[in-house]
Design a binder for this molecule. Structure first.
Ligand code: 5GP
Length: 195
């Protein structure tokens, strides 16, 4: 997605050979117009899959997931990282190790919002080692719902998550794939021009 790649080049900061900071439009401040285009692009790629729910994870997956939900016309659930007073039992849970925070979190979704007959699209901001996606897939499996695919805003193609998830036969659509951050330079993977 050219608009997204241009934004990454213009505003992204390479923090190290493995970490890209995009706080000005995705991870702290949000660019609503870009999110709208991201929502349309996920919809273009996944429409026809009979999706009934989008599942994301707090907090940075929520904005792109909500916009995709708007255009696909389906509700958006986000897995919570902490148990709240109002979210007690009656949960599907999984454990996720965070690449950026170097800590494990238990993520949970209420059984009220994910049902056996749901066809679920997972959406997240980044795909690195795939821990977040694995945890969300685990929750979908626990609910016995169907996984339609995974939509990612920025995939870091030099980390193992994307290849591992695709090897499981899961469809992964990433709007920008970064193949290297070495020497402070952002290098994108060449993609199908139709995308
Ligand atoms: P994974 O679970 O695939 O290893 O990592 C995915 C999660 O880690 C994302 O939801 C995102 O919050 C965070 N993350 C991983 N790599 C980066 C990165 O390079 N930059 C930013 N901003 N977040 C990242």
């Amino acid at each position: 997605m050219e608009q997204l790649k241009n934004k990454i080049v213009d505003e992204g900061t390479v923090l190290s050979d493995t970490v890209l900071k995009v706080d000005s439009f995705l991870n702290h401040q949000i660019d609503p117009e870009l999110m709208q285009e991201i929502g349309k692009e996920f919809t273009r790629r996944f429409e026809g899959e009979k999706i009934t729910k989008i599942l994301s994870i707090e907090s940075s997956g929520i904005a792109p997931a909500t916009m995709a939900g708007l255009y696909l016309g389906v509700p958006v659930i986000f897995a919570r990282k902490r148990k709240s007073l109002t979210l007690t039992d009656h949960l599907y849970s999984s454990t996720v190790y965070s690449f950026t925070k170097k800590e494990s979190n238990e993520i949970s979704v209420s059984k009220d919002f994910l049902k056996k007959d749901d066809v679920v699209l997972l959406i997240d901001d980044f795909l690195a080692n795939g821990q977040a996606v694995h945890g969300l897939v685990d929750i979908i499996n626990k609910a016995e719902a169907k996984l339609a695919g995974v939509g990612i805003v920025i995939e870091k193609g030099f980390q193992a998550g994307g290849a591992e998830i695709r090897e499981q036969g899961i469809r992964v659509e990433s709007l920008a794939i970064v193949d290297s951050l070495e020497n402070g330079e952002i290098r994108f993977r060449d993609e199908d021009p139709a995308q």
